[in-house]
Ligand binder design. Structure first.
Ligand SMILES: [Cu+2]
Length: 183
């Protein structure tokens, strides 16, 4: 409920209390006017006579009404499905192998989005993956993993150039230093 609607309801409640007091007929306030506008006293229009009065029109009209109700229910189901599907945008998974002294990225040109880099250490030294670029505060860095171990690093990439390197010892200078271009 939005704030305007809440105020109108509060005003209506106040007006009801004021009008309910004996001898307070003169005490109709501006909020009372608002309340009567919000709740018109005009009677609801009489229900339209059912169209299914003749034997010929009856079953067909009923079928149309059923079809309409079914379509509305299907539309509601679609909306519910969209609402529940929205948060399920999953990161794109990219496998990365680390060894001495390089990263094997399957490709270096990525489109903007969220990625989970699945890291595996195929070498004989500990390694990790650090990423720096647009939208990353400081540096995003995976845990350091031992030979044969796996870990992952999830990063949201925007268009631009990202530096990728291994922060362990002097591995960056030894060659574990590359760039990823995001379009
Ligand atoms: Cu390393």
């Amino acid at each position: 409920m939005d704030a305007n609607r809440r105020r109108t309801l509060a005003a209506a409640a106040a007006a009801t209390v004021l009008l309910g007091l004996p001898g307070c007929g003169h005490a109709v306030t501006p909020s009372g006017a608002t309340a009567s506008q919000a709740q018109p006293r005009t009677p609801a229009p009489a229900p339209a006579p059912a169209q299914a009065t003749t034997p010929q029109a009856g079953p067909r009209a009923q079928t149309r009404a059923q079809a309409r109700a079914q379509a509305q229910e299907q539309a509601r189901t679609r909306v519910r499905a969209q609402v529940t599907a929205a948060p399920e945008v999953r990161p794109t998974r990219v496998g990365v192998t680390m060894d001495e002294y390089s990263f094997s990225l399957p490709w270096h040109d990525l489109t903007a989005g969220t990625y989970t880099f699945l890291l595996s250490n195929a070498g004989t030294a500990p390694h990790a993956m650090a990423v720096d670029g647009p939208g990353i505060p400081g540096v995003r860095q995976s845990e350091t993993i031992m030979p044969g171990q796996r870990t992952s690093l999830t990063v949201t990439l925007r268009p631009g150039r990202y530096e990728v390197w291994c922060p362990v010892d002097d591995h960056r200078d030894l060659g574990m230093d590359t760039a990823v271009i995001v379009r």
